[in-house]
Design a protein around this ligand. Structure first.
Ligand code: HEC
Length: 114
């Protein structure tokens, strides 16, 4: 049987783990920048005035959750339908990125706060 104190310790422990997993480290953000460049996202998007001005991503970290950003990257057609985004050409899904590249890219976009 767990006593109250043990429950608190277990909960605090899992919160710490969840926090660490979602926190963006500077190294991850840096790597995400490189993934963004390598995937040529700037053909359709702009960050800090660089790229396609029709699709600014400045502030996307405030507008969307990490989960929503992740969904855009892995399932752009689904998100295009869901949000009724009218801009053409539509975004394709980037489902073949490695888990690390994906996490880094999401961390980078998450860091773009207004
Ligand atoms: C062929 C053009 C194209 C490319 C390349 C592209 N996107 Fe998109 N993306 C779009 C369009 C169109 C939308 C719909 C919203 C809009 O009009 O900006 C969108 C939406 C998004 C959104 C949601 C933005 C919001 O404000 O809701 C994110 C995040 C995103 N793209 C990230 C990326 C990333 C990261 C890459 C590179 C891996 C990428 N996109 C490559 C066309 C593109």
């Amino acid at each position: 049987m767990l006593n109250k104190l043990q429950v608190v310790v277990v909960l605090a422990g899992s919160l710490a783990v969840a926090g660490a997993a979602s926190a963006q480290t500077p190294a991850q953000v840096e790597k995400g920048m490189q993934v963004y460049a390598a995937q040529k996202c700037s053909i359709c998007h702009a960050i800090a005035g660089k790229g396609n001005a029709k699709g600014p991503l400045d502030g996307v970290g405030t507008k969307l959750s990490a989960d929503e950003i992740h969904q855009w990257i892995v399932d752009a057609p689904g998100m295009t339908a869901k949000t009724k985004a009218p801009r053409k050409p539509v975004m394709k899904a980037y489902a073949s990125l490695s888990k690390e590249d994906m996490a880094a890219l999401v961390a980078y976009l998450q860091s773009l706060k207004k």
